[in-house]
Ligand binder design. Structure first.
Ligand code: HAM
Length: 418
């Protein structure tokens, strides 16, 4: 092994896994297109302030997880920990709102958070995310959740639970925050150090603490649902009715909160029991105040992101069509190599997935490589075959062999295989 290894929490995705990634991505491209979304690609590096302003100063991500450094010109820059703020930045920078009032955008790519690595939690991870910018109607929430549900349906990942909640808005949030503080104040000395700090800076985050002591106290804390203003209450009701109409199953989880501060009204997570502690495969919600907070006009929005690593773990590998080699050419000796090389190139021009072994190694090791590549057929040409003007084509599944004249090899193979 080399003395160099990948960094903790940074993972190689090896050829054996890549089929599931590409399959999930292709389903995402198709499903998002079906729902009227366009793809957007934003840079991985952004100004630090974009994230501190949008995710919130008193969040774990901003307080201790961002990969932030000074660029050579002294500017504070950050490897994006999430995709929503960059999409909003691009939306504002390119005046997309002036072109048309509603944008449905999606993205895929790596995100970076300096979290404690564990199963399902990495420091570089990948998301497929969707953002709908410009619509306040609860039907948009329902439509987005139907997209999320449809996406998982197509990947055939089952046993998922859609948990939803409403986090209120700037009108009702202060009331809820006060109620929450009044509740936790009684238990302040029993809360963990982090939560004692959160009590002042961000009491909603206490509801998400994983420590047993804090969890037990938080169990009976008030829910934002009981403090919603009339508008938020109506919105939440309409979302639930819309989901009911579409027969999309969900559970109201009155203590669901999110690790990012920009959320308003609807918040949700898609969870599974198959992944242990890191049980959210996707999460999102409304962020009606973010665009204005970043300097734009008041513009409602909603979105979600799917965690790719977690999704890929849940995908049944048997569903993924293998990208197999159609033909492996196995030359034995110099003359055979010289005869087969032009054939290999001709077959590739016909888009036949083909590869050739080295004429300098024996048949056994060439067959091993053909197997590794999943070759459907192997063509064997040795000195005898050259002398007799023929090649042997072996079907790797049935083991049946046939002889093909060398003079018409390229034509016969491309006819047989295309
Ligand atoms: P998030 O809940 O921070 O939301 O992340 C969304 C999903 O990304 C999680 O549910 C999880 O599957 C995956 N994820 C997050 N952190 C890690 C990690 N360290 N390792 C592996 N997977 C991870 C957001 O990022 C929001 N931008 C979602 C959104 C879009 N809200 C509105 N629009």
């Amino acid at each position: 092994m080399s003395k160099y290894t990948s960094l903790r929490g940074f993972k190689d995705i090896l050829p054996d896994e890549i089929g599931r990634w590409r399959w999930a991505e292709s389903i995402a491209h198709e499903t998002f297109a079906t729902f009227g979304f366009s793809q957007i690609r934003t840079p991985i590096l952004e100004t630090t302030e974009l994230f501190t302003r949008s995710i919130g100063e008193a969040t774990d991500i901003v307080e201790k997880e961002m990969y932030t450094f000074k660029d050579w010109d002294g500017k504070n820059v950050t490897l994006r920990p999430e995709g929503t703020a960059p999409v909003v930045r691009a939306y504002l920078e390119h005046h997309l709102g002036a072109q048309t009032p509603l944008w449905k955008l999606y993205y895929t790519g790596p995100m970076f958070r300096h979290e404690r690595p564990q199963a399902g939690r990495l420091r570089q991870f990948h998301q497929i995310g969707a953002e709908v910018i410009g619509d306040i109607d609860p039907r948009q929430d329902v439509e987005l959740l139907s997209l999320l549900t449809r996406f998982f349906e197509r990947t055939q990942v089952t046993d998922l639970t859609l948990e939803i909640n409403s986090l209120g808005c700037p009108v009702c949030r202060p009331d809820y925050r006060a109620a929450l503080q009044a509740y936790f104040e009684k238990y302040l000395p029993e809360l963990c150090d982090d939560c004692q700090r959160r009590f002042k800076t961000n009491p909603l985050r206490i509801l998400d603490c994983k420590k047993e002591g804090c969890k037990a106290i938080a169990k009976n804390a008030p829910s934002p649902i009981d403090h919603l203003c009339a508008e938020c209450r109506e919105h939440f009701k309409a979302v639930r009715e819309g989901l009911d109409q579409l027969a999309i199953p969900y559970e109201v989880q009155p203590h669901l909160v999110r690790g990012l501060d920009y959320y308003t009204k609807t918040a949700f997570e898609m969870t599974t029991r198959k992944l242990g502690a890191q049980n959210a495969v996707a999460a999102g919600g409304r962020y009606d105040g973010l665009i204005e907070a970043l300097g734009g006009p008041p513009t409602p929005a909603i979105g979600f992101a799917v965690g790719m690593e977690r999704l890929v773990q849940l995908i049944d590998p048997a569903l993924v069509p293998a990208s197999r080699l159609q033909l492996f050419l196995a030359p034995l000796g110099k003359a055979a190599g010289a005869a087969l090389f032009p054939i290999l190139l001709a077959l590739r021009r016909k888009n036949i997935r083909s590869e050739m072994g080295s004429e300098n190694v024996g048949l056994k090791s060439q067959m091993k490589r053909a197997d590794r590549l999943g070759a459907e057929h192997v063509l064997i040409v040795g000195e005898n075959e050259i002398a007799q003007g023929k090649a042997i084509l072996r079907n790797m599944a049935t083991k049946a062999q046939e002889e093909i004249p060398l003079s018409t090899l390229a034509e016969t193979l491309s006819e047989k295989l295309s």
